[in-house]
Design a protein around this ligand. Structure first.
Ligand code: SAH
Length: 350
């Protein structure tokens, strides 16, 4: 079976065997990439029309107890300039976000024990008290199931936790002994069971990643069936053990975005900041390859550059209002428009 036929069968069956995934991942010729992108965009249009959902990202702490080799805010990076936002700061971001039309707030941070379960519950509750119609997304790493239950009861709607890689050996190349893939996968299953709209995902081109690893990512995602999938290129950070590794490519990221869209046509798929960082029109190209979500930064400008996961991160200087306008123009330049709706998965709305 040639690659075009495999892409067609993926569209039909929504699944492939591991060997077929490997073949697909390895045959990323320009022709195949264009074929996949065309199909992916048509599917996204069928499910979501010309609408692109916008989520306001609030990076509220860059303290982290973990030591992931790829990440600029890992605990061993003594050069990182650490910060935490107070509840008041976070609420001010939400107020600005609401004014700009955002209906989803994403609270992301390192794994920072300063924010105890009680503190997170208070923050979520207060946001939901002020904005009962808005969605709150948490992205604060691995916690106990009981903690996830408490956040959900407090009103959190969604949770983003990239699995990073579905292969154990590859996971070990990216993380220290203290972390485990099985725990991360368990967290994702717990989150889904509790009732969160759940997002997983991985970096494209992370050190040591093979086509077989990516095949396992697709199989894992197919089995989990998340509401959201976040992928973006790996970009080295100068103060990490991966400083001299090569960054993930634009072409492969776009191709994998398209394959994800074809596998799960109604999924919420962001064109990430990392993608925008490796190409000046990364977001637009992401949309054309099948993405339908953007997550602009709502964090105070004073801390933006400090949330440095990788080098060269874009959009660290502009006020949220400017970002909003810039995004709108970019989205319109490729024939789409942003929407302020919560943008829950349409399969859930049905
Ligand atoms: N502590 C939270 C949030 C992590 S930051 C958690 O564990 O989920 C969000 C994502 O940024 C990570 O999941 C990772 O996939 C991505 N990331 C980290 N370092 C990166 C790098 N050097 N290049 C590209 N993406 C990176």
């Amino acid at each position: 079976m040639n690659t075009i036929e495999l892409i067609d069968r993926l569209e039909q069956d929504k699944s492939l065997q591991k060997e077929e995934w490997i073949t697909l991942v390895e045959s990323a010729s320009e022709e195949n990439r264009e074929y996949a992108a065309h199909k992916a965009r048509a599917l996204a249009d069928r499910y979501y029309g010309k609408e692109i959902y916008v989520r306001g990202l609030i990076e509220f702490t860059n303290y982290c107890k973990n030591d992931c080799y790829y990440c600029g805010i890992r605990c061993s990076n003594k050069k990182a300039n650490r910060y935490r936002l107070s509840e008041e700061d976070i609420l001010a971001c939400c107020e600005e976000g609401d004014r700009l039309g955002f209906r989803t707030f994403v609270l992301q941070g390192g794994e920072d024990p300063y924010y105890t379960d009680d503190k997170i519950v208070d923050i979520v509750r207060e946001i939901k008290r002020r904005y009962p119609e808005h969605a709150v997304t948490l992205s604060i790493g691995e916690r106990e199931r009981e903690s996830y239950e408490r956040f959900f009861a407090a009103g959190a709607d969604r949770y983003l936790l990239r699995h990073e890689t579905a292969n154990d050996t590859h996971y070990r190349k990216l993380h220290p002994e203290s972390m485990s893939l099985s725990h991360r996968k368990q967290c994702l299953r717990d989150l889904k069971e509790i009732g969160y709209q759940t997002g997983c995902g991985f970096m494209v081109g992370s050190p040591g990643q093979t086509a077989a690893d990516l095949a396992e990512d697709f199989l894992f995602i197919h089995e989990l069936h998340p509401e959201m999938i976040g992928i973006g290129p790996f970009i080295p950070h100068q103060d990490t053990p991966f400083a001299n590794e090569t960054q993930g490519t634009l072409e492969q990221t776009l191709y994998l975005l398209s394959l994800l869209r074809i596998m799960q046509p109604d999924v919420l798929l962001p064109a990430t900041t990392a993608l925008a960082t490796i190409h000046p029109r990364g977001r637009e190209l992401g949309i054309l390859a099948g993405a339908n979500v953007l997550m602009p930064n709502l964090s105070p400008v004073a801390v933006r550059a400090k949330y440095s996961l990788y080098d060269g991160k874009v959009c660290t200087g502009d006020e949220a209002a400017e970002c909003r306008n810039c995004l709108e123009r970019r989205v319109e330049s490729v024939g789409y428009h942003t929407v302020v709706a919560r943008g829950d998965n349409i399969s859930i709305l049905r």
